[in-house]
Design a protein around this ligand. Structure first.
Ligand code: FPP
Ligand code: MG
Ligand code: MG
Length: 352
């Protein structure tokens, strides 16, 4: 059964496609003007490409939803045209992974400007190296290149999905920037913001992959649900790790979020047991001693446990979305689905 089998390496299943993706991204971000070229390429270079988690998930989703060429009942020429068609479709799905990665990096470039961040992926942030102006414009440039790639798919439904992601990223960022105290203390508001900022990109790009696989609407919705629940689970675990991790285990200082004035899930759950947290949240933990006091209250509450519980719930919902897909007759399809299932557990069990 599923449990008895050894865990799959999800990256290994799509390793060749990921190598191709890295090369293509480097080709897609070239620019004429040297300063722009240098800035746009910055996070696509070898060694600073990031974990490639999003493209890995998307490529697994593509293989999970794409039927193999049927080898019975087709003439040679029918089979040949079917295969040509599959190749075109696979290329389009790979394009989604590339576009998603470009949108993600563009949002990070802008985010680092907004957050005055000095570092990213272990090197200097682009704003710290090239200045805010170039960092913002390089982000815009990546979005422009992503738009051209999106247009090349000639699918307006897919354009709609990915454009909505851009709207959501901006909306989520603004929701975090401008909030009333009532909103700051609302778990509902927080979850909506989390969907916009983190999960929408995975949800909508998974759905785009399904549409390009010519799957019916209900299957496309399952793909969307998988991406949404996985993204939310991922973020909730991140929120918990910010409280329980250390600089050594996370590779970044913990208590980052409250230091930035952000009340994430553990704080909002702790607030239910410690109403005194309200004032600290309201003044964004700015008074000296606030961070320590907040940590104390989180630790003496069910905040972390409830956050992990909610993450586990979303991971389970993500797995259910995969389980709900119509059966796949392809062995590779089945393998990739298993990897997507296992990822839901990997996300909640991670410690960094
Ligand atoms: C990282 O957040 C940032 C995001 C997930 C999205 C940021 C979105 C924008 C800046 C809006 C503009 C969008 C586009 C498409 C250009 P973080 O600061 O919480 O995390 P970090 O630790 O990675 O910095
Ligand atoms: Mg940031
Ligand atoms: Mg930010």
């Amino acid at each position: 059964s599923f449990q008895d089998q050894e865990k799959l390496d999800p990256f290994a299943l799509v390793a060749d496609e990921l190598t191709l993706l890295g090369q293509r991204l480097r080709d897609m971000v070239t620019a004429e003007v040297p300063k722009l070229a240098e800035s746009a390429e910055y996070f696509f270079k070898h060694g600073v490409e990031g974990k490639r988690f999003r493209p890995m998930v998307l490529l697994l989703m593509a293989s999970s939803l794409t039927a193999l060429t049927p080898d019975i009942g087709l003439s040679y020429s029918q089979k040949k045209s079917y295969e040509d068609f599959s190749e075109v479709r696979q290329r389009k799905q790979q394009r989604i992974a590339e576009i998603t990665e470009m949108i993600h990096v563009a949002s990070l470039l802008h985010d680092d400007v907004l957050d005055h961040a000095d570092t990213r992926r272990g090197i200097g942030s682009l704003n710290s190296i090239m200045g805010n102006k170039l960092a913002v414009l390089a982000g815009d440039f990546l979005l422009a290149r992503a738009s051209v790639a999106l247009a090349s798919l000639q699918n307006t439904d897919v354009v709609d999905l990915l454009s909505r992601v851009l709207e959501h990223l901006v909306t989520g960022e603004i929701m975090q920037l401008t909030t009333s105290t009532k909103e700051l203390c609302s778990m509902e508001y927080y979850m909506q913001k989390t969907f916009y900022k983190t999960a929408s990109l995975m949800a909508n790009s998974c759905k785009a992959i399904a549409l390009l696989a010519e799957q019916p609407r209900d299957v496309a919705e399952l793909a969307f649900d998988y991406g949404r629940h996985l993204g939310i689970a991922y973020q909730l675990v991140d929120d918990a790790l910010d409280f329980i991790g250390t600089k050594a285990s996370l590779g970044k200082p913990s208590l980052n979020d409250i230091a930035q004035g952000l009340a994430t899930a553990p704080i909002l759950y702790a607030l239910e047991e410690h109403p005194q947290l309200y004032n600290l949240i309201n003044r964004k933990f700015k008074k000296s001693g606030d961070i320590e006091a907040a940590l104390e209250m989180v630790n003496s509450s069910k905040g972390i446990a409830k956050t992990k519980h909610l993450a586990a719930y979303h991971a389970e919902q993500a797995a259910l979305a995969i389980a709900g897909l119509p059966p796949s007759s392809s062995q590779r399809g089945q393998l990739c689905r298993r990897a997507l299932m296992e990822l839901t557990q990997t996300v909640i069990n991670r410690s960094k």
